[in-house]
Design a protein around this ligand. Structure first.
Ligand SMILES: NC(=O)c1ccc[n+]([C@@H]2O[C@H](COP(=O)([O-])OP(=O)(O)OC[C@H]3O[C@@H](n4cnc5c(N)ncnc54)[C@H](O)[C@@H]3O)[C@@H](O)[C@H]2O)c1
Ligand SMILES: O=C(O)[C@H](O)COP(=O)(O)O
Length: 523
């Protein structure tokens, strides 16, 4: 298999990949060059320098995984990758300490005018009075985005005796209290903080989170820092505020367009800048390169990935419990879709019993894959199953209940086509999948190989002729289940058979008096 590395990646990552694959390191490619080249590659490894656009994804006929050796994936068209079934992974932890340390370094450099003073002295000037700074001790730092990096910055700033205000809609009061942080709003931070630093992803909710309105509220002594992503702070508004003395200064590592040679604040003395260096340490680069290399090796060898962006990631300890249910759900989905001829417009996946407490998103994706495979074939995978269901206007509903009958946990998949439904329930028995109910009738079926599932009238001389048809055609029956209903009622029969059953033989079975329908399910 072939891996393209299109941004500079630490040697540790490249050599790890080279142990398994043919690795091509080609940095600085234009979009056109990448479109031209990508077709034969199975994996693409990037940092922030490569734009993985829809055009690139469309041209990537063999691509299985895009690995981002770093955190931000805003340079990847993740939706396009998802629709094409390409896994996107990042390395969310490897550079967080470096980014946090860079933020603190930028704050201190700005507080003491170090870049300006350095440039002045090297120009043979001795201008001590021009570079009067401020202490950070006792000052207030506002942190917008209290995730991995924001939390590390807050911890370090507390070590510098700063008090912390934070805004993050996904952080609870309890967690903030544990961290010794006061949760508040963006506007309150703008009004009260001496230093403000942003650590969110760049998404529509965070674009321009600091804009003219917030700069107008700030103290004239306020200083802002962006070591997250260009665009979280409005660059025009920042330039105006810094130029007009509405704020004392800014320290910026990231830009809306990189390199940022047309950026409006690049020429301002009170704005210090670095060329996207937050993750540029020896330690961080080894960490992220090795992490992404391991993900690519695992995925290309048929395994799973830990840090997936576009499929639900499951923690290893949870996976130990969920793994058999993932297989079960996929099998139940496949059985249900093979039993329902009509196109379904709604899928309900019900989790009953102990499994209802768990994070079942990965199990639902597996169920959807199993269901859609019948219609879509091998083009469906764990990445694109939900988006394929959506693009086919199929409604997907999950339901959960604590009761599950005879088993600790059961999963029921129901397909709806108007009033016509088909439901199949299963359980894990001793880590093996079992089908325990079809259309409300109890069965006890090991789902594998070939199965004939039929409905018939519960009366003498129906099952026998069925077996004779199979016997006469040299088809061995290895398992048989018949639903229990009163004599004369409609019941189900499920047969495990050792060979494929042709349409002609199925027609012979369907023609038997008392048989209402018969389907072959192939797993
Ligand atoms: N300069 C660099 O070289 C460098 C290095 C690493 C990471 N980064 C960037 O730093 C940023 C933070 O990375 P991280 O690893 O801490 O990510 P993270 O996912 O751990 O944290 C992001 C935080 O932002 C919060 N958030 C989401 N929406 C929000 C909103 N509307 N308002 C406020 N908070 C919101 C989330 O709840 C989360 O706590 C990312 O943009 C990443 O790309 C930059
Ligand atoms: O999101 C990140 O991880 C950082 O912005 C680092 O980007 P880089 O890998 O291009 O240094």
């Amino acid at each position: 298999m072939k891996v393209l590395v299109s941004d500079s990646l630490s040697e540790e990552g490249v050599s790890k990949l080279s142990e398994h694959f043919d690795v091509d390191v080609s940095t600085g490619l234009s979009e056109d060059e990448l479109v031209e080249k990508i077709g034969s590659f199975d994996a693409l490894v990037i940092r922030s320098g490569t734009q993985v656009t829809k055009r690139v994804i469309d041209a990537a006929d063999n691509l299985k995984i895009v690995g981002r050796a770093g955190v931000g994936v805003d340079n990847i068209d993740v939706d396009a990758a998802t629709e094409k079934g390409i896994i996107v992974v990042n390395a969310p932890e490897g550079n967080m300490l470096s980014a946090a340390e860079h933020t603190i370094a930028m704050m201190m450099s700005m507080a003491r005018n170090i870049p300006q003073a350095n440039a002045s002295l090297k120009a043979k000037k001795w201008e001590r009075k021009n570079f009067m700074g401020v202490e950070v001790n006792g000052k207030t730092l506002g942190v917008i985005g209290l995730g991995r990096i924001g939390a590390e910055v807050a911890k370090r700033a507390q070590g510098l005796e700063m008090s912390i205000l934070a805004y993050d809609p996904f952080v609870t009061e309890d967690r903030a209290k544990d961290m010794g942080v006061e949760l508040t709003t963006v506007d309150d931070i703008a009004q009260r903080a001496d230093f403000i630093t942003v650590h969110t992803p760049l998404i529509k909710e965070t674009r321009n989170i600091l804009d003219k309105a917030q700069f107008d509220m700030m103290k004239s002594s306020a200083r802002v820092i962006n070591c997250a992503r260009g665009g979280i702070i409005n660059e025009e508004a920042l330039a105006d505020a810094a130029r007009d003395g509405k704020i004392a200064g800014a320290a910026i590592d990231v830009f809306t367009s990189e390199p940022p040679f047309d950026c409006p604040f690049l020429g301002l003395d009170n704005v210090i800048v670095t060329p996207h260096l937050g993750a540029s340490t020896e330690e961080a680069q080894v960490n992220v390169a090795v992490s992404v290399a391991e993900e690519v090796i695992s995925v290309l060898n048929g395994g799973s990935a830990r840090n997936t962006i576009n499929i639900p990631a499951v923690k290893p300890e949870v996976m130990a419990t969920l793994a058999p249910y993932i297989g079960l759900a996929e099998t139940l989905g496949s059985v249900a879709s093979q039993l329902l001829d009509a196109n379904y417009n709604k899928i309900e996946i019900s989790y009953n019993g102990e499994i209802a407490d768990k994070d079942t998103r990965a199990v639902t994706v597996a169920a959807l894959k199993g269901i859609l495979e019948d219609a879509v074939g091998s083009a469906v995978n764990y990445v694109n199953a939900p988006s394929l269901a959506k693009s086919r206007n199929v409604e997907v509903v999950e339901s959960k209940s604590e009761t599950s009958g005879d088993h600790a946990s059961t999963i029921r998949i129901t397909l709806f086509q108007g009033t016509n439904t088909k439901s199949v329930s299963g359980a894990v028995v001793g880590r093996e999948p079992k089908i325990v109910m079809i259309d409300g009738q109890y069965v006890d079926l090991v789902p594998h190989g070939f199965m004939i599932v039929s409905n018939h009238i519960n009366r003498p001389n129906v099952i026998g002729p069925c077996c004779i048809v199979l016997g006469e055609n040299e088809i061995n029956i290895s398992g048989m289940q018949v639903g229990r209903v009163e004599v004369g009622g409609k019941t189900i029969m499920a047969l495990n058979v050792d060979n494929e059953v042709s349409g002609t033989i199925l027609d012979e079975i369907r023609a038997i008096d008392g048989i209402l329908d018969a389907k072959l399910v192939t797993l």
